[in-house]
Design a protein around this ligand. Structure first.
Ligand SMILES: Nc1nc(=O)c2c([nH]1)NC[C@@H]1CN(c3ccc(C(=O)N[C@@H](CCC(=O)O)C(=O)O)cc3)C=[N+]21
Length: 299
C-alpha cells in the first residue's frame, strides 16, 4: 500500500514558515506583505476558494483585500482596477480568480497584471522565466509549485534519472509542471487526449502527474509499482450512496486501485488543493521581500 501524502499537513508547515518569515520582514523592514484577490460574479464555488484565500492571508499576518465585482462588470472597469492595484505600494500580489465571465478576455486581464505582482505566475514574463530557468526572479504557478514540494517530500530535491509523465497540457498546470520536473532533472513526457497508448506510457512513469480534469480517468493498472502519483484533479461527482442530492470530491486518479500499486500518492481532497493556497501565500511573501530588497526564503 502506498504512503498517502498529507498535503494538508505540508501546507500547514509551509504556511507556518510563511508567517514566521512575514513577521521577520515586518520587523526588519516595516513592509507588510499585501495581497489583493479579485473576483467577478457570485459563483458559489469560486466564493468559497476566494474566502479561504483571504482567511489564510490574514492568518499569515498579511494585509489582504478582496474586490468582489458584479457579474456584468465591463472589461474596461476590471482593467482599471488592476491598474490601480499595480500602482498600490501596499499590494505585492494580485490574484484575479478564474474563470472570468465570457464577455471578459481573460488573457488580456492576466497580461495587464504587473509581472512583479503576478503571484499566479500566469503572465508571459513569468512563463518565459520559468521556461528559461530564471526561477530566482519568476513567480511559479501555485499548483505546480505545490505539487513539486510534495514530490520533493517523497523523492528529495534532485530527481535525476527519474522518468516523469504529466497527463494534461494546460498553461496553468501541465506545462509549468513539466518545466519544473525538467529543471529537477527528470526525463519528462507530456501526455494529452491525443496521446497513443496512454496507459502504457503512464506505466513508464516514476512520477505520474494527473491534471486533466476528468474524474478517475487514470486507472490503478496504469500506475508503475512504487511510483509517486500526484493527483491535481478536483472533480465534484454525484454520490447517491451518501443520500439524495449529495456529492463528493474525486481526483483524476482512481485512488482506491492506484493506492495498492503506487509508492506514494496524494489524496483528493487533502492533497494538492491545500498546497495551491499555501504557495499563493509563499509567492506573495517572496514578492514583498523582493520589493523590500530582502533576499526571499526558499520553500
Ligand atoms: N487565478 C486563479 N488562481 C487559482 O489558483 C485558482 C483560480 N484562479 N481559480 C480556481 C482554482 C481552484 N483553486 C483551488 C485552490 C485550492 C483548493 C483546495 O484547497 N481544495 C481542498 C478542498 C476542496 C473542497 O473541499 O472543496 C482540497 O483539495 O483538499 C481547490 C482549488 C485555485 N484556483
Amino acid at each position: 500500500m502506498a504512503d498517502v501524502i498529507d498535503g494538508k499537513k505540508v501546507a500547514e508547515e509551509v504556511l507556518a514558515s510563511v508567517k514566521e518569515e512575514a513577521d521577520k520582514l515586518i520587523a526588519e523592514t516595516g513592509v507588510t506583505p499585501g495581497i489583493a484577490v479579485v473576483i467577478v460574479g457570485e459563483d458559489p464555488a469560486s466564493q468559497v476558494y476566494v474566502n479561504s484565500k483571504s482567511r489564510k492571508a490574514k492568518e499569515c499576518g498579511f494585509h489582504s483585500v478582496k474586490h468582489t465585482l458584479a457579474e456584468d462588470t465591463s472589461e474596461t472597469d476590471l482593467l482599471a482596477l488592476i491598474g490601480t492595484l499595480n500602482e498600490d505600494p501596499a499590494i505585492h500580489g494580485i490574484l484575479v480568480q478564474l474563470p472570468l465571465p465570457g464577455h471578459i478576455d481573460s488573457g488580456r486581464v492576466i497580461q495587464t497584471i504587473s509581472p512583479d505582482k503576478d503571484v499566479d505566475g500566469f503572465h508571459f514574463i513569468n512563463v518565459g522565466k520559468l521556461g528559461t530557468g530564471e526561477t530566482s526572479t519568476a513567480f511559479v504557478p501555485c499548483t505546480p509549485a505545490g505539487s513539486m514540494l510534495l514530490v520533493e517530500r517523497v523523492r528529495g530535491r534532485d530527481l535525476s534519472g527519474l522518468s516523469a509523465v504529466v497527463v494534461g497540457r494546460s498553461n496553468i498546470v501541465g506545462k509549468p509542471m513539466a518545466n519544473l520536473l525538467l529543471a529537477a532533472n527528470c526525463t519528462v513526457t507530456i501526455a494529452h487526449s491525443r496521446t497513443k497508448d496512454l496507459p502504457g506510457l503512464c506505466r513508464t512513469a516514476d512520477i505520474l502527474v494527473a491534471a486533466v480534469g476528468r474524474p478517475e480517468m487514470v486507472k490503478g493498472d496504469w500506475v508503475k509499482p512504487g511510483a509517486t502519483v500526484i493527483d491535481v484533479g478536483i472533480n465534484r461527482i454525484d454520490a447517491p450512496e451518501r443520500g439524495e442530492g449529495k456529492s463528493r470530491l474525486v481526483g483524476d486518479v482512481e485512488f482506491a486501485e492506484a493506492e495498492k500499486v503506487a509508492g506514494a500518492i496524494t489524496p483528493v481532497p487533502g492533497g494538492v488543493g491545500p498546497m495551491t493556497i499555501a504557495m499563493l501565500m509563499a509567492n506573495t511573501l517572496v514578492s514583498a521581500c523582493r520589493r523590500a530588497g530582502k533576499e526571499p526564503p526558499r520553500f
